[in-house]
Design a protein around this ligand. Structure first.
Ligand code: FES
Length: 155
């Protein structure tokens, strides 16, 4: 990550945990995941710059809306390293996450509608059940009854 750290105001892990509303173990976990970073004192104790509070707030919001930690880390990695994450960064990040959530909602609505067609059916047919033949994948294997002549399910 290699973000420049303002050493004039450094927080202990306990202070970070208390001020961000997470457990100390969570702070350590986020650091191990590359989401935040610390510096070491001469006594080898971790200290955190104040901007980790904003980072942790963003991580918590991201997790709350279902963004994987790897995606959050990638988003952090794409931001400039020489300054803390600002309001404009968060505005852009939250807008991109909203787009992801909307895409997920559309997918879930499609799955819900497809599943509705299965209720009371029981056919589980490769030809007729939208959930078994997602995106008409059987048709892409070629013409004819692919699950009977080969190239269909399991091929
Ligand atoms: S089980 Fe018959 S349509 Fe899905």
């Amino acid at each position: 990550m290699a973000t420049r750290i303002d050493r004039s105001i450094l927080l202990t892990v306990g202070e970070v945990a208390r001020r961000s509303g997470v457990k100390v173990s969570t702070v350590h976990f986020y650091e191990a995941q590359g989401l935040i970073e610390s510096v070491r004192t001469s006594g080898n104790q971790r200290r955190y710059a104040r901007d980790v509070l904003r980072r942790i707030a963003i991580v918590r919001v991201g997790q709350r809306v279902g963004i994987p930690l790897a995606a959050i880390r990638a988003a952090f990695d794409a931001l400039p390293k020489e300054r803390p994450i600002g309001a404009a960064d968060w505005a852009a990040l939250s807008a991109s996450w909203r787009d992801e959530i909307e895409a997920r909602i559309r997918l879930l609505e499609k799955l819900r509608d497809d599943l509705s067609g299965c209720i009371g059916c029981g056919c589980l047919s490769l030809d007729d059940c939208a959930l078994r033949n997602q995106g008409d994948r059987v048709a892409r294997k070629g013409p004819g009854p692919r699950h009977l002549i080969g190239g269909g399910e399991g091929a």
